[in-house]
Every structure is written in C-alpha cells, then in structure tokens.
Ligand binder design. Structure first.
Ligand SMILES: *Cc1c(COP(=O)(O)O)cnc(C)c1O
Length: 385
C-alpha cells in the first residue's frame, strides 16, 4: 500500500460532530445533567474516544451497559461519573465499587451482591435503583419496590451503600403520543415518590433516552441519557431526521474499490446469482462484507456512493466483499466507495442502510466490526468545532 492509498475499508469518526451533538442535546434539556451512553463500544464508534469527547463537550456522566465496559473506561483514564446498568451475577462488582462506578440494581438479590462487594472493598457502594415502569425488561416491578427500597435503606444505614439514583427506561419514547409514555411517567413519579417518602435522597432521577431527550421535555428530570442521538443518528425516522434536530452523523464508512471490470449481459453476480446483468456493464468490487458488519440482509438493496452516483449492492453481500453495478462507468480501482456518512457529499446515511436491511440505524453503526479500523478526526477539543 502506498502512503496515499485508502485502507480497504475504514470508519471515520468525527469527534467534532460528536461534541457538537452533545452541546445540541444539552440545549434540548437545559435543566438536566447529561449522561453520554457509550455501551457496545460507543455504538460502534469507539467507547474511549467517544467518552472523552463527550466529557470535553460538557457531559457530567458516562453510561455503559456492563461493569466490564465501565472498568475499561476507568483503565483508559476516563474520569467523571460513571454508571453501568446491566446486572449479571458474579460480575466484577467489587472492582466496580473500587473504581467508583454507580451500579444499578433491580432486585434484592443483586443489592445483596453489591453490599458484599462493598464489604470486601471496604468502601461505600454507589447504587442506583431501577424501576420497571412498564418496559417489561429489566427493573423492579412496583409490587417488589417497597422491599428493594427498604433493603437499600437498611444497607445505607449500615454505611455500605449510598442510593445515588432512582431511574427507569421507556418502551415507546420514539412513538410520540404512545399511551405507554404517560403511563410510564406516572408510574415513575409514584415509585420515586414512594422511595423519597421512605427516606431515599437520590442525587439523580432519570428516565429519558434519545427520543425522550429530543421530544419529551417533561421526562428530563435531573438527568438525560442519550445514546444514538449523540452519534448523530435519529432514534427513529418517524420523529425526524438528524438534521431536523440539529444533529450531525459522526460515522462515515468508506471502502476503496478493489476491482473494476467489464461484464457482458446475462452475467450472474455473487453467490446464488440473485443478480444478473441486464446488459453489458461494468462491475465494481467493494471489499467489505458481513464480516465487517455490513448487513447481508441489505443484499440487492444497500446503497453506495461511487463517483458521484448512488449504486446498489448487486446480489448477495458476502463475508468480505460485495459488488455494485457501475452501469458502464469505469472509475479507477482505489476509488472511494462511501457506504454511509453525514450525507453532505450526497452519500447514503446509516438510516438508508437500515431501510435497505429492514432494521434500525442503531444496528447499522453498532455492528460495524472490529476488522474495520476507526480513524478519528478532530480529536482535540477546539478542532473542527
Ligand atoms: C441504550 C440505553 C440508553 C440510550 O438509548 P438511546 O435510544 O440510544 O438514546 C439509555 N438508557 C439505557 C438504560 C439504555 O440501555
């Protein structure tokens, strides 16, 4: 590879866009603290650089799913408040307590495990109690809440835990007007009210994810927890485009065409021959596939910008490569093929790939694989801002 050659495929991550998105989201929730959600390797964008950029832009909190993610952030020197919420028994809770990570519990059994971790660590654990206000996934059911609150207060009296937060998560915040939103909000207020009456003094009460941060100000409470919107991707095409909310996509995925060749009419393309050239044409080889996280479900549909025009994945997307019909154009080998990006150069967006693959844009960016190098641009605060 010469110095000027593009890598096979790369994901460019624009940290100035991420910082701007944090500032924009903060303006949507001016009274609330900001938790930057960086689980799943920052939705595929790289957990550590994204967490640092979010802190640079004023985020007070970083949120992860697992304690391992939180510990990896601490190991990389990420300070600030850190919370993880996906509880599994036997996880490194003692290490999490020692690293000053807020841990979420939804059950008395989980609380007991943190209490044991606090004893072992010889310090107070920071615990946030999660309420199931209607999502039906994680969280403590209203009937079990008094017992969980009571046990937490007992552990607090013993100096083993400090209840720092009361929180919950929405099921349908991306569907404005969905009746579950008001119901969850009412249940949340009731469960928070119960805990506070019982003596809990939380630092933060929170329930708002990206769509709630953007469209439901009554849900902001003390803190908002946006994930996808911080990466400049709309939580749902129905509520608006990133541009509608002043957000800019952070990730651009591009490859270098590996082969360009003429093909006659009637030539089958890729596994299964699901595409056959209609007439004499040119075919371009995009050297990326489902092994890189390009969804195979977008076979025959995924859009790619090559030489100023949208082309479509012709036939099956394979593990390492797929083909686009260039319709007679003959761009040079090495020409950039942009799968998705912010859209200003006319390239498709992650939302376009989501539509092509029958999924959501969250999955498109998050599944970009470890084989795709992340190239960070505008990493230093003040550059590109
Ligand atoms: C992933 C997640 C978020 C962020 O959700 P987005 O829709 O990406 O904003 C917030 N809170 C919890 C508990 C999550 O799991």
């Amino acid at each position: 590879m010469t110095d000027t050659a593009l890598p096979r495929v790369r994901a460019e991550i624009d940290l100035a866009a991420l910082r701007a998105n944090v500032r924009t989201l903060r303006a949507h929730a001016p009274g609330a603290a900001f938790m930057a959600v960086v689980k799943a390797d920052g939705y595929g964008h790289g957990m550590v650089p994204c967490a640092k950029a979010a802190l640079d832009a004023g985020a007070e909190w970083i949120g992860t799913a697992t304690p391992e993610e939180a510990l990896a952030l601490r190991a990389a020197g990420v300070g600030g408040r850190l919370m993880c919420w996906l509880w599994t028994p036997g996880s490194p809770w003692r290490e999490a307590v020692e690293a000053d990570v807020d841990v979420s519990v939804s059950r008395v059994g989980a609380l007991a495990e943190v209490v044991a971790a606090a004893r072992a660590a010889g310090r107070t654990a920071r615990v946030q109690l999660k309420a199931d206000t209607g999502l039906g996934r994680n969280g403590c059911m209203p009937d079990d809440w008094p017992e969980l609150v009571g046990e937490a207060l007992r552990a607090e009296a013993d100096g083993l835990v400090k209840v720092t937060g009361l929180w919950s998560h929405f099921a349908c915040a991306d569907e404005p007007g969905h009746p579950s939103i008001a119901l969850q909000l009412r249940t949340f207020r009731e469960m928070v009210g119960y805990a506070e009456q019982a003596g809990v003094r939380p630092e933060v009460r929170h329930i708002a994810n990206s769509p709630a941060t953007l469209t439901l100000p009554e849900t902001h409470f003390d803190l908002v927890r946006p994930g996808i919107a911080m990466y400049g991707v709309s939580p749902s095409p129905e509520i608006g485009t990133p541009e509608d909310f002043g957000l800019r996509p952070v990730m651009t995925v591009a490859a270098a065409l590996a082969h360009v060749k003429r093909a006659p009419a009637g030539h089958g393309v890729s596994y299964g021959h699901h595409y056959t050239t209609a007439g004499e044409t040119t075919l371009g080889l995009v050297p990326a596939g489902y092994g890189d996280g390009i969804p195979r479900h977008a076979s025959g549909a995924g859009p790619v910008l090559v030489d100023g025009k949208w082309r479509t994945a012709a036939g099956r997307i394979a593990m390492d490569q797929f083909v686009v019909d260039l319709g007679g154009d003959e761009p040079e080998v090495g020409t950039e093929a942009v799968l998705f990006g912010p859209g200003d150069r006319g390239e498709p967006t992650a939302e376009d790939w989501a539509r092509a693959a029958g999924t959501i844009a969250y999955e498109i960016v998050t599944r970009i694989g470890a084989r795709v190098p992340r190239v960070y641009v505008n990493e230093r605060p003040g550059t590109g801002d």
